[in-house]
Structure formats: C-alpha cells, structure tokens
Design a protein. Structure first.
Length: 278
C-alpha cells in the first residue's frame, strides 16, 4: 500500500511538473513574434547585434525570416509574419495603401554600391551608376543580378531603366545573368566568376570572400537605400501579434533603438544610419 501511495504521489508530481512545463513553454512561445525581412539586414550582421538589445528592453524574442523584400511582402500578405523590416519604399507604401500594413515608419538608411573586378574591364569606376551600367551593357560585361524581387533587385532594375535598358535582359548585354538568390550568394557568384554586382554596403562590409572584387561605383545620390518597418494589419489576419509587433516598431524608431542601429560597426565603419521620424 505504501509503495502504491508513493507511486501515485510521484505520478501526481510528474503530471504537475509536466503541466507547468507546458504552460511555461506556451508562455515562452507567446513571447515571440515573426519578422519578415531582407537578406541585407540579416547577412550584414545587423540583427545579430540589434535584436538582443530589443529583447533586453522588452523580453520578446523575434524569429527572423530573411528573404528578398518582394518575398517578405508576399509572406506578410499571407499572414505568415507579424512585422516587416524591408527596403523598397514604393512597394512598402503600396503594401500599406492596400491595407496589408498598419503604418510604414522610416527607420534607417545606407547605400547601394557597384562591386566588380579590381581591374574593372568595363571601365565603370566613378560616381555615376547609370553611366556604369551603360558601359557594362556596351561591353557585354559579366553582371550578376539578384533576380529575386528583392529591394536590391528593384533598385537595380530602376538603374537599368535609367540607363536605357528595356525589360528584356538582352538589352543589358550578353553578360547579364540572374541568380534568383540573396545578397550573400550573389556576391559569392561574382567573386568566383569575376563579375559585377549591385550590393548594399552593409552586406559588402560583412562579406569575407571578396577575392578580386572591389567597390567601383559609390556616392551617387541615386544609390540611397532607405529601410522601413511596419506591423502587418490584424484586420487582414486576426492571428497577427500586432501589439507585440508594435512594441518592436516603437522601440526601433525610439532614441534607444536608433542609437543601437548607429552603434553597429564593422572595422570601425558604421553600416546603417538611423533616420526615423515619429
């Protein structure tokens, strides 16, 4: 009888502990949100620095799904994300105007740069991105395009259009190739093949496999690269954790969040520049 009572007591304790673990796990799970973002914010190392600071301030975990901006917006439209952190202002404003996002907040900027072989066979070096692309097309220079509907890809297509290239890739020269990949893989392909590629400066500074690549075009005002953040509209997807997502938005545009962004550096060089307006 004693052993049976002991067994029953142990069983009750085990059930209680299991229940506590389940409740705790459920609570921990509830204290997280999903962010759809660009590959540049992830591959530059920014989120590895920024998100722990947010967790210290809020207790919230953020699961990042790094995609091209176009794919990140699609993910949010499906209701698979709570918050967006992306860099294609025209697409972002349309996303909000169509009712998918609550409000867009500018949060930070950096710039795009044209990367290519140090010997620059197409003669692109300078401060004019349009002229550089015209030279690439004229010389059939090897160029790796993201080709993934990302913010970087959208910017690249705008520059090609300004350079007089039509939608057809043939007007960009026979060396133009789309990889359908993120920024890091595109840089790797360019490094291994001696090609040109448009990149965001943040990912480039964190990129180690540079081989013979160097920055060839920078400083053109058209290369400005603005990032925005927004909560996915719970009116479209009621399961969205809008309150917790808004906590991140409020923090990242606050002085504390903006200071954290400014504090992220590689080799003493600042990668992103905060410019939130509240």
């Amino acid at each position: 009888m004693t052993s049976f009572r002991s067994f029953r007591a142990v069983a009750l304790v085990s059930k209680t502990v299991a229940a506590i673990v389940l409740v705790a796990s459920g609570s921990a799970f509830a204290q997280s949100i999903t962010m759809a973002s660009t590959t540049s914010t992830e591959q530059s190392g920014l989120f590895g620095y920024l998100l722990p600071e947010f967790k210290k301030a809020s207790g919230l975990d953020i699961k990042v799904v790094a995609l091209g901006t176009g794919q990140a917006l699609d993910m949010a439209r499906r209701g698979d994300a709570d918050v967006l952190f992306v860099h294609d202002q025209v697409a972002e404003e349309k996303f909000v105007a169509d009712g998918w996002g609550v409000k867009r907040y500018p949060v930070m900027y950096n710039d795009f740069i044209l990367i290519g072989p140090k010997n620059d066979p197409a003669g692109t070096k300078g401060k004019d991105i349009v002229q550089a692309l015209q030279k690439l097309a004229a010389t059939n220079g090897n160029f790796i395009s993201r080709g993934d509907k990302s913010g970087t890809h959208a910017a690249e297509l705008r520059y090609w259009k300004l350079a007089g290239a039509e939608a057809a890739n043939t007007s960009k020269g026979s060396g133009y190739k789309e990889c359908g990949c993120g920024m890091g893989p595109a840089l790797n392909i360019a490094a291994s093949s001696g090609a040109y590629v448009l990149a965001d400066r943040g990912t480039w500074l964190n990129f180690k496999n540079r081989a013979d690549l160097a920055i060839l075009v920078e400083g053109d005002t058209k290369l400005f690269n603005q990032y925005g953040v927004m909560v996915v509209n719970p009116a479209k997807h009621p399961h969205v954790k809008a309150q917790d997502a808004q906590k991140f938005v409020d923090w990242v545009v606050s002085p504390a969040g903006q200071q954290a962004i400014a504090g992220y550096k590689i080799g003493g060089e600042q990668l992103f520049f905060p410019n939130a307006t509240q």
